[in-house]
Design a protein around this ligand. Sequence first.
Ligand code: FAD
Length: 447
Amino acid sequence: DTAIVWFRRDLRVRDQPTFLAAGTCEHVVGVFVLDPALLGPAGAARRRFLFGCLRELDTALGGRLLLLSGDPAVEIPRLASALQAHTVHVAGDHGPYGKGRDEAVRRSLGPRTRLVVTGSPYAVAPGRVRTADGRRFTVFTPFSRVWRAHGWRAPAETDAATVRWADPGTLDLGGVPLPHDPPCDADLPEPGEAAALRTWREFLRDRASGYGSTRNRPDLDATSRMSPYLRFGCVHPRTLLADLGRHDGPFTTELAWRDFYAEVLDRRPDSARHNHDRTFDALSVDTGPDARRRFALWCEGRTGYPVVDAGMRQLRAEAWMHNRVRMITASFLVKDLHLPWQWGARHFMTHLVDGDLAANQHGWQWVAGCGTDAAPYVRVFNPTLQAERFDPDGDYVRRHVPELRGLTGKAAHHPPAGLAPDYPLPVVDHDTERREALTRYNALTGH
Ligand code: FAD
């Protein structure tokens, strides 16, 4: 009796419910499929981090992780038939591509093989949290209330030994070696489950108690940095929630946002590309040659707005950006440069090591005001005031923008003419563009 555990966004052995589902089988083959459709759009940082996670997972399985390359709808059925496996175990995937892929795999598996879905990458799987009359939520706050009341399971007690792994090396299954790591200039976190658990324990020990008051400060190392690990399932959010216990603070709310955006994407797959609120399709945006020039300056971190530039350079240097600065840079692209949010979202997805379709596309739409919550689109972030409030001594800006290192304290947020000669002049005037944004937004609603 042979079963397959097909890993996707769950590159770990602890708290791994698919192992419980496959546990009674005599032989289990663990497989990951290198799918060009997913690897293609991921930038070097995400591919490199993924390969590292796969290396760690392979080690945890005693060198018995099978790697295949190609279309999973071809590769998985071929493997199941070669092994005469009755079951293929997976954790649910709720993104538009994943759902279509899993449907195609299900159709291509012979009548003797079942695709068994156990669990999801979320504390509560999309579709579970509903209003009293069974409808799905479109607004975060009521969702998060019902999400908390719904609760989540305790972590599954598994490790690599839960399952009897077959050694794919002894079978002719078409396995491929892991590709070489793509070159990447960014300084990446250590990949894999052990690093995830270590990062989490350090956060609990050193930073969790101050998180509520410092999480908005990009100059401090105050957040958990768990996003890449959650993205690839090196740790399940259930494990984090169990460690937090009844301490239901702001960190739990952030995990609720993560589940909420997965819920939105599951309900409205089109919102990965288009405005969730289609009223905003009529918003006037700039796309001509001058818009492209401004976009290039934004990507390079050369807008002349120090906190925006620091954020965009942090993205290149670390393949990660602080949440507050993601909001500031996104707002600048949408409301000061009047560019389509999709341009910025694509740039983030290419460079972020934690790039996640649900969180990214909806984070962008929250800022642009066209997302789920009736966001006050009339609120335009003032990058300088944001910077003075959340980077009060200018340390974050100086860390990422060397041209401004000669300026002390807050002066880094508004470089006086002549004192930072290598630093670019502002690409636009914020007050002028703020008024322009309001005019364009108000045209939508007839105000
Ligand atoms: P912490 O503050 O320690 O939060 C803990 C965890 O909660 C995070 O790891 C993440 O999994 C989750 N979380 C926190 N905030 C959010 C949020 N607003 N939405 C969804 N989940 C959240 N997050 C991604 O994981 N991938 C993305 O591609 C992504 N793109 C974003 C784009 C924009 C424009 C914005 C405004 C936010 C985006 N976020 C994204 C959310 C957030 O910025 C990151 O999750 C966070 O900065 C990661 O750092 P951390 O792990 O230290 O966060």
